[in-house]
Design a protein around this ligand. Sequence first.
Ligand SMILES: C[S@@+](CC[C@H](N)C(=O)[O-])C[C@H]1O[C@@H](n2cnc3c(N)ncnc32)[C@H](O)[C@@H]1O
Length: 248
Amino acid sequence: MSPVSIGPHRLYLGDAYASRPTLGWMDADVMDPPYAFDNSGGGAFRKARGASDQIVEEGLDRGFDRSIIDASRSGAVVVFCHNDQLGDLIPELAEDDREQDALLVADMFAHLRPRFHRAVLGVWIKPNPSPMANKNYLADMEPYIHAWNRGYFPQGEHHDKHRWIQCGSIRKSVYDHPTVKPADLMEKIARNVAGITVCDPFMGTGSTGVAAIKAGKVFTGIEHNPKHFATAVRRLTEAWEVSQREAA
Ligand SMILES: C[S@@+](CC[C@H](N)C(=O)[O-])C[C@H]1O[C@@H](n2cnc3c(N)ncnc32)[C@H](O)[C@@H]1O
């Protein structure tokens, strides 16, 4: 399928598993895939958790196929994951966790299957979590793993090298999407990944792409939902035009 081109950036409306292998090498794959988690419940606060029903309707609680993460075609990957998936994902990604405090959690896993050279656990801290009525902590942090091959180590100024960032989440009504990642978070990640080319195979509304353009990278995105794809095209077109005006 031919992509929508926005300057040097390419957006594909289609399936990530079919499209990503055809796109070849990327310096970084930054992905916020459908999490696998139990999105039922909420009790008295279910109604206030406005995004919950849309997450279920769009199948964004059904997980993803990890074959999309392939160390032979990416310099690095950044993968968001639900707390409940950490046990699965860290052993998939980490080869050397000796010096990384945040990955002590990985020591709990008996088998560590090497894929990338190194991996670090990052955390997005949300000061405005949805209310909860069940017997759990507030959903006020979301982990992500940044794993990289040799030569693709994390980039950025001193302040970019924090493993955490605190910023508010985006209401689902802004882009009619339940899990849009905030600009500050994605801009930090775009500064952290090495190289020029960035792919997001689960692009959603294009938050990774907007941040990638701001960081001076070349973005490729894939999204299978036409409504969210159209939002991404609009957002990336605006971001590209702003970058062009600023460069003039
Ligand atoms: C968690 S959301 C990403 C949201 C995005 N980070 C943002 O800020 O807008 C995951 C997205 O992946 C899309 N998706 C799920 N499975 C897909 C597939 N097989 N191929 C392409 N897109 C897919 C969903 O429609 C959804 O928009």
